[in-house]
Design a protein around this ligand. Structure first.
Ligand SMILES: Nc1nc2c(c(=O)[nH]1)N(C=O)[C@@H](CNc1ccc(C(=O)N[C@@H](CCC(=O)O)C(=O)O)cc1)CN2
Ligand SMILES: Nc1nc2c(ncn2[C@@H]2O[C@H](COP(=O)(O)OP(=O)(O)OP(=O)(O)O)[C@@H](O)[C@H]2O)c(=O)[nH]1
Ligand SMILES: [Mg+2]
Length: 461
């Protein structure tokens, strides 16, 4: 055990503020020794209580005998605990003072303040969970919709590790095979080896590619689809934002150039979070403030996953409309023709044909066509009917990067076989892919990186 794990650590695990109860948590070798000094229950010594018992009593400052709080204390005996160490949880009164006083007392009695994520880090270092499971814990805390929570819960159960282990095992088999043919060249198994390894690598590439593909959906579900509403001034962009979120968030006027800065709102379409960004109308302009808004729109366009390009259906298309249609040509975009409550001038069919994009007619102010627009959005981001139960969804950006790097190595294996390089060369790439995938689960990872990962947790987790 590292010296680091020998410390007994403590932290407040609930939000500090106006609340019914607060929990101060402690883990480590000295947990029971420390709690015994400050906790008084009916006659019994702390040591005599059984595992997973909650005990009523008082926290008392041993220096002056002053009662600090009336509490319930949970006792959890190593190794069947969250951290695999002895754990004590003090359920005290909520608010700021009781929890802080108790934490201070624990520190006075020999505990050290826990760093962010240190409890979960211990669960990992002591082998209860792997790294991907530990990272799922933080994703659970950060989840914004039930769908993203479901993904993280599945990962907490070890789904990533099972998927990745399978892939790593098949890579390991290939490595063993190569080793054997290098060690016993007299068996002349090289030709067989090339075919076998080529087949196996190809199927591994497919699996990794599938995971990366699913991950894209995972990211959208977790972080939300960045959706920008763009269009010439006065077409009704802010009105659409309001219609989508169902309230008057953005200022709407008949004056072109009303929206000067961008406005962001989250909406939820069948569990998929959309971050909708209302932008300033785009046109050639002399007005400097407006111009800044427009530059921002172009930037936003670059960062968006989806664009809603809005046209005013009651007016002839202008040069600026055409320019915008050209601008979104290579983007995931829906053309929204607004003001359908008025006589229509713009030909929807023509636009659909010319620009090869979905075109939806709506009236933002009359709230016509909004449901069809939502359905079109879901179809386009191909997230509708996306059954997360039937896929392994890797959503963590660190994991996705590692998958992508390992994919490069695996593809290089195929390339190496194509040009008939010796087997030794192949095994270098295979080994690298195996190592990279191991970093996802924490099997092959450096200590610095582990520290980095747990720093993103909150204190007390
Ligand atoms: N009060 C409290 N609530 C909490 C937590 C906690 O630590 N304390 N958790 C913290 O995130 C979550 C629950 N997660 C937990 C996961 C594993 C174990 C645990 O003790 N596992 C042991 C024993 C299992 C058993 O008895 O069957 C083990 O796996 O060996 C505890 C909590 C959410 N709620
Ligand atoms: N008849 C009709 N008028 C609409 C509709 N949608 C918006 N309008 C009107 O069009 C005008 C401009 O609407 P906004 O939502 O402010 O337009 P915008 O695109 O955000 O404009 P800027 O922020 O100036 O770029 C307002 O007077 C709205 O009431 C619609 O569906 N039908
Ligand atoms: Mg506006």
């Amino acid at each position: 055990m590292s010296a680091y794990l020998e410390d007994t650590i403590a932290a407040i695990s609930t939000p500090v503020g106006f609340a019914g109860i607060g929990i101060v948590r402690m883990t480590g070798l000295k947990s029971f020794y420390i709690i015994d000094k400050i906790f008084k229950s009916k006659a019994k010594a702390f040591e005599s209580y059984e595992d997973k018992k909650i005990i009523y009593g008082h926290i008392i400052n041993p220096k002056d005998g002053i009662v600090i709080d009336e509490v319930l204390v949970s006792k959890m005996i190593s190794p069947n605990t969250y951290t695999r160490e002895d754990v004590v949880e003090i359920n005290c009164h909520g608010g700021i003072i009781p929890v802080k006083n108790i934490l201070n007392l624990l520190v006075d009695c020999g505990a050290r303040l826990a760093e962010p994520g240190e409890f979960t880090k211990r669960a990992f270092l002591n082998g209860r969970i792997d790294l991907a499971q530990a990272e799922a814990v933080i994703d659970i805390i950060n989840s914004k919709t039930n769908k993203s929570l479901n993904i993280s819960m599945k990962q907490l159960g070890g789904s990533i590790s099972r998927t990745i282990s399978e892939i790593r095992d098949s890579i390991l088999e290939m490595l063993a095979h190569i080793e054997a043919s290098i060690d016993y060249p007299e068996y002349d198994i090289e030709d067989v080896s090339y075919d076998l390894i080529l087949d196996k690598t190809k199927s591994t590439v497919e699996k990794v590619e599938q995971l990366i593909y699913n991950a894209e959906n995972g990211r959208l579900i977790r972080e939300g689809v960045n959706t920008a509403i763009i269009g010439k001034p006065n077409v009704g962009k802010s009105s659409l934002l309001n219609a989508l979120i169902g309230e008057s968030r953005a200022i709407v006027t008949e004056i072109a150039g009303t929206t000067r800065d961008t406005i962001e709102e989250y909406i939820n379409i069948e569990g998929i979070p959309l971050k909708i960004i209302d932008t300033a109308g785009i046109r050639e302009t002399e007005n400097i403030i407006e111009k800044m808004g427009i530059e921002k729109t172009v930037q936003i366009l670059e960062q968006s996953d989806l664009v809603l390009l809005m046209l005013d259906g009651s007016l002839e298309l202008e040069e600026q409309d055409i320019a915008l249609l050209e601008l979104v040509k290579d983007k995931k975009a829906i053309i929204v023709v607004n003001k359908a409550d008025k006589d229509s001038i713009v030909s929807v069919d023509n636009i659909a044909k010319t620009y090869d994009k979905e075109v939806v007619e709506i009236s933002a102010t009359q709230e016509l066509g909004i449901d069809i627009l939502k359905k079109t959005i879901l179809d386009l981001i191909s997230a509708k009917g996306f059954e997360i139960e039937s896929f392994e969804i890797i959503s963590n950006i660190r994991h996705i990067n590692l998958l992508q790097q390992s994919l490069i190595c695996l593809k290089s294996v195929i390339n190496t076989i194509d040009i008939s390089m010796p087997l030794e060369i192949i095994s270098i790439d295979l080994k690298e892919a195996w190592n990279l995938l191991g970093e996802i689960t924490g099997d092959t990872i450096h200590e610095n990186l582990i520290d980095q990962i747990f720093k993103n947790f909150c204190i007390g987790k």
